[in-house]
Design a protein around this ligand. Structure first.
Ligand code: SAH
Length: 395
């Protein structure tokens, strides 16, 4: 029998239903499991705790598929989990909001290491763990059938695959990509999505609700959108009646796509200005030019993947937030985000408090942001709660 035996007392985290088993918790591996194989996880005394996927090279040595000893981990099991994930979303997300949605969110959907994002007729599948990789064919078939899409495209090219000893892979798994490219509609706006080469699986679906909120706040305001990627916050601000939007990103490719996205929609392009620059430097340029804004969005990339990077990340967040607060007119709004799993909401708020103090401005929290409902956070898996944001009003 392929099984993992835990050290005495190390079953506590599993008893709280946390789905990861770290290498340091193990006393023995029996039955010579291969990478991705299903193993029984047992307490030191031998009692069954869970079925999990084995990952021999990762610090996360196994990820739980099921807590039920009677369960068989096979294609049918995975289909049932996929069906459940799709069902949850039917009741949570208004279909008119978008035809793009995360349909599987890894651990929080009971499918560790599996991400599936729907962009209209295309589903992008991202397999991030040895267990997910082991069931690649079944997952791809299940997604194709249950989501009823024309194409499954694989983007198993995230850095974390290295930690699992898995090669980088990307390409069509089933069907074919539409010749005219992939397009989605969100809050009435159309975007092109580069599923093959865009960030993550192509689009930041987690910010859907927050883009709408920024649109609602933008009327009559001069907006600065930092880290604009393909223009999500920019387009919503323009659609919401912003006076002007200055959008900044360091990626020429993202800006090119953003410009095309603007053209695709019936918006006043004269109100939009695009700037290819490093935000850290450009905020200083704006300061030196004496510029000011009524609404600023800061949505930087992940500075801290884990808590080990929190201190360095904190310096980065403080720097850009301090500069942004100084660029805000009194009464202006700052929507500041962090998608760093290693920076908690509490720490993020402290960083912003420090930034306001050093900027010499008074600011209050007038709103909170989180990921949209298609990115659920299992209560027993707080690591899933990576995206946080605060809406600050400068006094
Ligand atoms: N707000 C966007 C997503 C932002 S993702 C949306 O809703 O779609 C983060 C973006 O930051 C990426 O487009 C990346 O190209 C950009 N970026 C990363 N480091 C940067 C830097 N130092 N200066 C400017 N842009 C940067």
């Amino acid at each position: 029998m392929k099984q993992l035996i835990l050290k005495l007392g190390r079953e506590k985290s599993l008893a709280r239903r946390h789905p990861w088993i770290f290498s340091g918790a193990l006393v023995r591996v029996e039955g010579d499991p291969d990478t991705g194989d299903t193993v029984a996880v047992r307490a030191a005394g031998g009692e069954f705790l869970a079925w999990a996927a084995y990952s021999p090279v990762s610090q996360i040595r196994a990820r739980v598929w099921s807590w039920d000893e009677k369960e068989r981990i096979d294609g049918d099991f995975l289909r049932a989990r996929l069906r459940r994930a799709l069902d949850v979303r039917k009741r949570l997300i208004a279909a008119e909001a978008s035809d793009a949605m995360r349909i599987v969110h890894g651990e929080s959907d009971g499918l560790p290491g599996v991400i599936a994002d729907r962009y209209g007729e295309v589903v992008v599948l991202q397999l991030l763990s040895a267990g997910a990789e082991r069931w690649r064919t079944e997952l791809s078939d299940g997604v194709r059938e249950l989501a009823g899409c024309a194409c499954v495209f694989e983007r198993s090219d995230a850095d974390v695959r290295e930690l699992e000893g898995l090669p980088v892979r990307s390409g069509v798994l089933q069907g074919a990509l539409p010749a005219a490219g992939v397009h989605i509609r969100e809050h009435g706006l159309v975007y092109g999505v580069d599923v093959a080469a865009g960030h993550k699986t192509g689009f930041y679906l987690d910010q859907r609700d927050n883009r709408k909120r920024i649109g609602e706040l933008a009327r009559g305001r001069e907006v600065l959108n930092c880290f604009c990627y393909t223009g999500g916050f920019t387009l919503n601000a323009l659609a919401g009646g912003a006076e002007s939007v200055l959008s900044v990103d360091s990626s020429a490719g993202a800006l090119a796509q953003a410009r095309v996205n603007l053209e695709r929609n019936d918006l006043d392009a004269a109100r939009a200005e695009w700037q290819e620059a490093d935000v850290f430097k450009y905020l200083r340029t704006l300061r030196d030019q004496g510029r000011s804004f009524d609404l600023i969005v800061l949505d930087p990339p992940k500075f801290a993947p884990t808590a080990a990077f929190a201190e360095k990340a904190a310096r980065g967040y403080k720097d850009i937030n301090l500069l942004a607060l100084k660029l805000l007119r009194p009464g202006g709004l700052l929507a500041s985000f962090s998608c760093s799993g290693g920076v908690s909401a509490e720490l993020f708020q402290k960083i912003l408090a420090g930034a306001a103090l050093d900027a010499g401005v008074e600011a209050s929290i007038v709103g909170h942001f989180a990921a949209a409902a298609d990115h659920p956070v299992l209560l027993s898996f707080p690591e899933g709660d990576y995206l946080k944001g605060l809406l600050l009003r400068r006094g």
